[in-house]
Design a binder for this molecule. Structure first.
Ligand code: M6R
Length: 615
């Protein structure tokens, strides 16, 4: 869950590496470091803190000229975030320099062995073990860096994306991946290495995404060579044309990426259904679904695996698939699924949902499902990500880069894709009437306008945020389709404002959580007019009679809840099944404003990282 960047070419490497690290900070931001080779010596600077702290320190401590460099932004796994544990790490001789994203699981026995052979370790990291292992192999076999990296990697267990530099042979960087992403940008006389393509999009639109188990020898003025780590066989790498542009990864006038991404939702939902949804013709077409329609139709059940916000989107999908397509659905935390010996068979369709497409637990759940013969379909945002490649087929959400650690547009676009799949299956199975099917198609097309309307609740959300920003706890309640929205609202609040929040199905209140309610407890109730309105009104009354402070998300024109609630936020009306796409908007805004008012780091909340590539 770290970010790595490397450059080898004719430009100054330092500014490229630093800018690249800033773009990758969403992957981890507890410490950072850089190595620049100036033609004679290795210049190393690393520090606890963010990339700006690194910049400040580097400006005082090193000269930064040189056309080869590597850098790292860290999310600690082995060893606390401090200067010493920050990357890059040097080998004992000082010749080899490494940056690493991932975990070397068998680092402990390797370290013991290396200590016996006289190696000294300065940090608590697994990475320092790897770089010394490479050095030991190189020394014993008297071989070049690439071969030494390959032999060493065949001895390690775990996950990695690495870039290694050898001062003795300084016109080369060796990169390798297993389980952690690695993109290589190919320019004219220059190469870029990064955890994703964002650090180099202004320099080249040609990139190779290394596959798991591959390594690349990247040499100045030479064609890059890619080979399999296991058997040394050469691979002809596929050069992909990047679709990302610079504007997409900049804040564009917003104070935070999260806010920008919240406001992007009308457009990205449109991008998600563009070319797939045709209300006038009564058609939904998604290549990955069409090509595998029989598999979906013959499925005994659908199992959805995901983590975090993506898991919440999966819960919404459970309601939608069962309602529309009458297919039984189970939604599983990927981390639980992979370790609990689940019953999976060849008639199961497994849908893996992931914004990043790199989440380690989701990846492992996919592998398990495939081993057991299931057909695995991915719903990912990041094009070319590991999950999108590991699944049998899939549909991209087309939300564009999501940089704020708190997922917003990923959630609504995932729901959009999943709704379209459910509708397509409903059509094939005849489980929705012709008129209902067409009505949903038309309504889905109107969602971006309604999201725009819902975004107008921003000022209201801000007022309410000012009132509740100091609350130590918060409850979120919803029913049916909006129960997962309650969970998602609570997750948003806790992850960016550090306020303890719980989401519950509203009717579960009386089975325990109602005991928490007093005149200090804010209770956010999602109460649109469609759905179980009367039931939720009763739940609101129960809270009211215990003096809870009620903030209700209601349909425009609502009168009943307005009388009971302390605050209401009005959203446009839509059918019950599509309502999560709208009700979630004010909850995103509310968490955002509370976090800003509490002076929290909205885009990079403490202890978190955007893609969780460790289990
Ligand atoms: O990239 P993924 O969708 O697989 O990520 C899953 C979770 O890590 C992610 O949704 C996380 O919960 C977010 N921080 C939520 O805002």
């Amino acid at each position: 869950m770290c970010g790595i960047v490397g450059y080898i070419g004719y430009r100054e490497a330092y500014p490229i590496v630093i800018k690249g690290l800033k773009r990758l900070e969403y992957r981890g931001y507890d410490s950072a470091g850089v190595m620049i080779y100036d033609g004679e010596a290795v210049k190393l600077c690393k520090t606890k803190g963010k990339v700006v702290d690194l910049e400040e320190r580097a400006s005082k401590e090193i000269t930064t000229n040189g056309t080869i460099g590597i850098g790292h932004t860290r999310w600690a796994t082995h060893g606390v975030p401090n200067d010493v544990n920050s990357h890059p790490h040097l080998s004992n001789s000082g010749d080899l320099v490494i940056i690493h994203n991932g975990i070397i699981e068998n680092y402990a026995p390797l370290k013991v062995e290396l200590i016996k052979r006289g190696y000294v370790f300065h940090s608590d990291t697994d990475t320092e073990v790897l770089v010394n292992l490479i050095e030991e192999v190189q020394k014993n076999e008297n071989i070049k860096l690439g071969k030494a990296v390959q032999i060493a990697l065949n001895q390690v267990v775990g996950a990695y994306a690495i870039a290694v530099f050898d001062k003795k042979n300084p016109d080369e960087i060796v990169a390798a991946r297993l389980g952690s992403p690695l993109a290589i940008g190919i320019g004219e006389g220059e190469y870029f290495i990064a955890s994703d393509a964002s650090p180099f999009i202004e320099y080249t639109s040609n990139a190779v995404y290394l596959e798991d188990g591959e390594m690349a020898n990247i040499r100045l003025h030479k064609k890059m060579k890619v080979r399999k780590i296991q058997d040394d066989s050469l691979v002809d790498p596929y050069i992909q044309e990047l679709q990302m542009n610079l504007e997409q990864i900049e804040k564009g006038g917003y104070d935070h990426f999260m806010l920008k991404e919240i406001y992007e939702q009308p457009n990205v939902i449109k991008d998600t259904y563009r070319g797939r949804l045709h209300p006038n013709e009564g058609i939904i077409q998604m290549a990955g679904v069409e090509d595998n329609l029989e598999k979906f139709l013959n499925a005994d059940r659908i199992i959805i695996v995901a983590c975090g916000t993506s898991w919440h989107a999966g819960l919404v999908a459970e309601y939608i698939f069962e309602e529309f397509a009458r297919i039984s659905v189970e939604v599983e935390y990927a981390s639980e699924f992979r370790y609990r010996n689940p019953i999976i068979n060849s008639k199961d369709v497994v849908i893996a949902i992931s914004q990043s497409g790199e989440t380690a637990d989701t990846m492992a759940a996919i592998k398990l499902a495939k081993e057991n013969g299931a057909f695995v379909f991915g719903v990912c945002n990041v094009v070319g990500s590991s999950i999108s490649r590991e699944t049998h087929a899939g549909a991209y959400t087309h939300a564009g880069p999501e940089i704020g650690v708190a997922s917003t547009k990923a959630f609504t676009t995932q729901i959009t894709v999943l709704t379209m799949i459910a509708l397509r299956l409903a059509k094939a199975k005849g489980t929705l009437s012709h008129s209902d099917f067409n009505r949903y198609l038309q309504e889905l097309e109107l969602i971006p306008e309604k999201v725009k309307e819902a975004l107008k609740t921003n000022d209201r959300a801000k007022e309410i945020a000012a009132e509740f920003k100091d609350a130590p706890n918060c409850l979120y309640l919803g029913r049916g389709y909006n129960f997962p929205v309650a969970l998602e609202g609570a997750l948003k609040l806790k992850e960016i404002s550090y306020i303890h929040a719980e989401g519950y199905p509203a009717a579960e209140m009386k089975h325990g959580p109602i005991a928490l309610i007093d005149d200090q407890m804010p209770v956010i109730v999602i109460a649109p007019i469609q759905g179980h309105y009367d039931k939720i009104v009763s739940n609101i009354q129960e809270i009211k009679s215990r003096s809870g402070r009620i903030i209700a998300v209601v349909t425009k024109g609502d009168t009943q809840v307005r009388e009971l609630a302390d605050y209401v936020i009005e959203i446009p009306e839509t059918s019950d099944a599509l309502s999560p796409l709208i009700t979630t908007i004010p909850l995103q805004l509310l968490s955002y404003h509370i976090a800003v008012m509490r002076e929290c780091n909205v885009d990079q909340p403490r202890n978190l990282a955007k893609s969780v590539t460790v289990e």
